[in-house]
Design a binder for this molecule. Structure first.
Ligand SMILES: [Zn+2]
Length: 90
């Protein structure tokens, strides 16, 4: 009796996990700029740039922010322009 109960419990857990994984993969596309269909990132937009900058003013990595390669590059350029104009602290 005990064994059967355990097996049933395990099967239920596996089913739940598979369902959640499917939902997760459906809704998430990684890059936030790809989702919004932005071509070039504006260096005057402080709302975006401050989200992509860490506590010390450094740019967050691609892995952490979830940006794709092209958008990560354009973020880097926008951040440097913003620093030059003293919109962000160096
Ligand atoms: Zn992108």
């Amino acid at each position: 009796m005990k064994r059967k109960f355990k097996q049933k419990f395990k099967q239920k857990k596996k089913d739940d996990l598979s369902q959640t994984k499917k939902k997760y993969s459906e809704f998430t596309t990684k890059c936030r700029f790809c989702r919004m269909r932005v071509d070039e990132i504006d260096y005057k937009d402080m709302q975006f740039l401050q989200k992509l900058v860490g506590n010390q003013g450094k740019l967050l990595s691609k892995k952490r922010s979830g940006n794709c390669a092209t958008h990560q590059r354009s973020v880097k350029i926008a951040l440097k322009r913003a620093r030059y104009l003293a919109l962000l602290p160096c």
